[in-house]
Design a protein around this ligand. Structure first.
Ligand SMILES: CC(C)(COP(=O)(O)OP(=O)(O)OC[C@H]1O[C@@H](n2cnc3c(N)ncnc32)[C@H](O)[C@@H]1OP(=O)(O)O)[C@@H](O)C(=O)NCCC(=O)NCCS
Length: 162
């Protein structure tokens, strides 16, 4: 699979990367993607009511418009099949979400999404990047390791009620 990365800072229509054999393209996530993001967030939270989904969409739109927000969306033709998002805080990029639709997993799209957002953050002056994931999320850990991330923290939890 070959990839060509364009200008990391490009306008939202600009293709940031192409995954040759899958035909999947990456571009900057913008306001036109708020509906997709809202449906994804609603599904994650089990929200089905239209009014609530619209409320989520408004909240997401406000996020997308923040100056510290960065996002990249993966497209199979017109269809959005994944995304990555984060915030640039000072010189650090904090990844807040990454997702690839199940049928498209293990094709390198997650890795390419991360590479694309990191390239955009670097262009904005970020010098470090971090993400958190669950201890059992092996695919995400694998993507991180592939891209040179190292484990720096362990987070312990204990339930106080059954
Ligand atoms: C994490 C996620 C974005 C990765 O997307 P992807 O497009 O499949 O990522 P890639 O194809 O670039 O890489 C996946 C890697 O995980 C590996 N992998 C897949 N399933 C695995 C498993 N069950 N156990 C271990 N490794 C696994 C793949 O082999 C690949 O590693 P490799 O490149 O070294 O072979 C995707 O699995 C996803 O959307 N998961 C649900 C949402 C999620 O967990 N997001 C992360 C929250 S922090």
């Amino acid at each position: 699979m070959r990839e060509s990365v364009g200008k990391a800072n490009g306008g939202s229509d600009e293709i940031l990367a192409r995954a040759g054999s899958t035909g999947v393209e990456l571009r900057c996530l913008d306001a036109s993607d708020a509906g997709y993001r809202a449906r994804y967030a609603a599904e994650c939270d089990g929200v089905t009511e239209d009014a609530e989904v619209r409320r989520i969409e408004r909240r997401i739109l406000a996020c997308i418009r923040r100056s510290d927000y960065l996002g990249v969306v993966a497209l199979d033709g017109e269809r959005r099949i994944g995304h990555v998002e984060g915030d640039v805080r000072g010189t650090g990029l904090v990844i807040s979400d990454i997702y690839v639709e199940e049928a498209y997993r293990s094709m390198g799209i997650g890795k390419r999404l991360l590479e694309a957002i990191i390239a955009r953050a670097s262009w904005r002056g970020a010098t470090e990047v971090e993400f958190c994931t669950e201890a059992d999320n092996l695919p995400m850990q694998r993507v991180g390791k592939r891209l040179g991330f190292i484990l720096t923290r362990l987070h312990y939890e204990r339930r106080l009620v059954d």
